[in-house]
Design a protein around this ligand. Sequence first.
Ligand code: HEC
Ligand code: HEC
Length: 352
Amino acid sequence: MRKSIGVLICGFASILAVTGLTAAAQHPSWAYGFVEMPAPGSVPAAYVPPPTPVTPALPSAAADQVKHSLPGATRTFTRAEANYQYGPADWFPNEHPAAVPDIVALGRLDAAINACGLCHYIGGHGRQENAGIAGLPYDYFVQAMMDFKNDLRHSADPRKVNTNRMVAFAKAMTDDEIQAAARYYAAIPWTQYIRVVETKTVPKTRLLNGMFVKLEGTGTEPLGMRIVESPEDFERTEMRDPHSGFVAYVPIGSIKKGETLVKTGGNGRTTECAVCHGPTLEGLGPVPGIAGRSPSYIVRQLYDMQVGTRKGVWSSLMMPVVDKLTAEDFVAIAAYTSSLKPQASVRQTAAR
Ligand code: HEC
Ligand code: HEC
């Protein structure tokens, strides 16, 4: 008898866990770069230090001797050089401030900190599986790094290991390095990098390096209630070409629906974003811009904040915003914000 009550209680508890006592939206696996939901019972990963790194191979492996070029670039790199963890390709040195801090260009080998430019690119465009960090306000950037450092920010998806790597880098960085990186990236305006397309069906994709890569010539599949974000040209993205951006396929009608939520708050469902993120959603004071950024990234942040794995010093301002949002709302909001064309030049001029 006692046993069966125990079973009943366990059963009840797992029903609660599935239906969710909290009002959390359904886990948006697509935004984390996965097709399936996380395994039942898996909890958001606490920070786990990565294994001690081995000294990386220098980018001169005999297997890779072909120097590649890119449209508009004068430099050439082998594939290994372009992706070198401690000095990735800087394809367009005239498109960012001339003085690149060492931590951005090279990282720091003795502390196993990869160059920021590896994942976020030297110009700060980043990719769907990490973050675009160009144009973030200096104070926000520094606070984000402190939140990673102090275990206030990690991914709600236990499988997303690159966020854990980000945490490890932040923990190993000195204050000087954090400030140098923040100053450098804050000075680069955010420009349009993502093309948003409303559609019912999408090209079939496969997962490669955390990105949904189009499989050419294999037909289409229904989009459903998700966003499929994909490199425009996977080969160029793998060479870290900052001129080759992403396409985001979003459900028909989602941009309009997102616009209503963002601009009106949707009858108390959320809060008007412009109040804090600025009239063009390109940031206001220390509050970061959200216009024209990766919709996968945006949805991950909204969901991480909703379930509380992102609970940084400033995140409480976002709690009333995300509290009641559903998975469908996330899709609509991100479809709209990523469709906005940043007017960075205007903002830069105004700031002077
Ligand atoms: C291995 C890839 C990788 C490298 C190298 C890397 N990052 Fe990140 N970074 C990430 C990922 C992944 C995220 C978070 C994405 C998520 O959880 O949605 C992130 C997020 C960030 C954010 C938060 C952006 C925002 O809008 O809140 C900042 C700031 C940042 N990184 C700065 C840096 C700096 C500075 C360096 C150089 C020391 C660096 N990163 C190196 C992968 C990387
Ligand atoms: C009351 C002020 C306020 C309002 C209203 C607000 N935000 Fe925010 N938002 C913030 C602050 C502050 C942060 C930084 C949070 C942190 O550091 O953890 C933030 C961060 C974010 C981020 C993460 C950005 C990044 O680079 O990681 C997203 C995405 C976001 N907000 C979306 C929205 C959307 C969408 C709305 C409207 C539906 C909205 N916010 C309304 C204050 C606000």
